[in-house]
Design a protein around this ligand. Structure first.
Ligand code: GYE
Length: 326
């Protein structure tokens, strides 16, 4: 960290402390100077931006100071952010690990410093479960299964005998990528109607989703792809652009299954341009801060916490759906 960064961080911390003082927090405990260090992994999607906003709002609502660092998709930056939270002795560290591996060292440092760690949104691979206090995030396996279940329902409805599926995956080695894939494969396993002809990584980015779709279409031709299963809405929106340009009718010529439920994709579903969106909620902030609050009072908290999620499909009446907010 440069001197300038250090001063800025100190200033942010002071603001956080001042903001925390004199405010009645949600739990009614009165003045609170609790500081949460939050390492966000990036701003790659509408989901991620919504998630950051949810954390900021919840910190305000609970009267906690929030030191927020955005790693712009780099694991080394996340590790550096966690180290800075340790040296500032924040009360709790919350972070959203970009990939599953490579966290043991820095988490051991947090443990030695006695700072509890909450994993938010994504999990880590570790042989030592004591390196984090709790995980809060979606059940990505269940999300993948929901995507597969929809496809079976769709195939039943159309009477299709064979479907060529291409999968556009999220960031390699990330929890949602691994488990959305595994859950989907599990749901369609043993059903001879389905063949996954290729999986390519679109890194959860709209631009890469577009690139992947262009390349897949070039290689398999418009007749060669029946289904696109995309691990998030941003990549789906990128793929939609390519299908439009190729003169194909999205959701008719090619079945589109997506994950997240951000407003732009829901609008596309309502317009008949996407077939199914598995919900993944970014609104985790309030539940995270409730865990922080419980920890600060010395209460035991559950190790795994999943929000409730649903699925939106072309078979549903979505006219009453509230604005998504992300
Ligand atoms: O689905 C995607 C984002 O980890 C659940 O990351 C999150 C995923 C989300 O970039 O849009």
């Amino acid at each position: 960290m440069t001197m300038k960064h250090r001063l800025l961080a100190l200033l942010l911390l002071c603001c956080a402390l001042v903001a925390g003082c004199g405010r009645t927090d949600k739990a009614g405990a009165g003045a609170s100077a609790l500081v949460v260090g939050f390492s966000q992994l990036g701003s790659e999607s509408g989901w991620r931006i919504g998630n950051t906003a949810s954390m900021e709002q919840a910190a305000k609502d609970w009267g906690f100071g929030l030191m927020l660092e955005n790693a712009n998709q780099r694991q080394d930056k996340q590790i550096a952010a966690i180290r800075s939270f340790i040296s500032y002795q924040v009360d709790v560290i919350v972070f959203s690990p970009i990939v599953q591996t490579g966290w043991d060292n820095v988490l051991n440092e947090a443990k030695k410093a006695g700072i509890p760690v909450i994993l938010m949104d994504r999990m880590i691979d570790t042989g030592d479960d004591t390196l984090y206090t709790a995980y809060i995030g979606a059940d990505f396996l269940a999300e993948g299964r929901r995507a597969g279940e929809f496809l079976k329902r769709k195939a039943d409805a159309t009477g299709a005998e064979h479907m060529n599926i291409v999968e556009i995956t999220g960031t390699e080695d990330s929890t949602p990528m691994r488990d959305r894939q595994a859950g989907f494969m599990e749901a369609i396993a043993g059903d001879g109607r389905f063949e996954v002809i290729e999986s390519v990584s679109g890194d959860f980015l709209r631009s890469k989703g577009e690139e992947c779709m262009r390349d897949l279409l070039k290689r398999y031709g418009p007749e060669g792809i029946d289904v696109v299963y995309s691990h998030n809405d941003e990549m789906t929106l990128g793929a939609l652009k390519v299908l439009d340009e190729a003169g194909l009718k999205p959701a008719e010529d090619v079945i589109l299954i997506s994950v997240d439920g951000q407003q732009e994709a829901i609008d596309a579903l309502k317009a008949g341009r996407v077939n199914c969106i598995v919900e993944c909620t970014p609104n985790l902030g309030d539940a995270v801060m409730a865990l922080v609050d419980a920890l600060s009072k010395g209460e035991a908290i559950p190790k795994r916490n999943h929000p409730e999620e649903t699925v939106f499909t072309e078979f549903d009446d979505l006219s009453g759906l509230a604005p998504r907010g992300y």
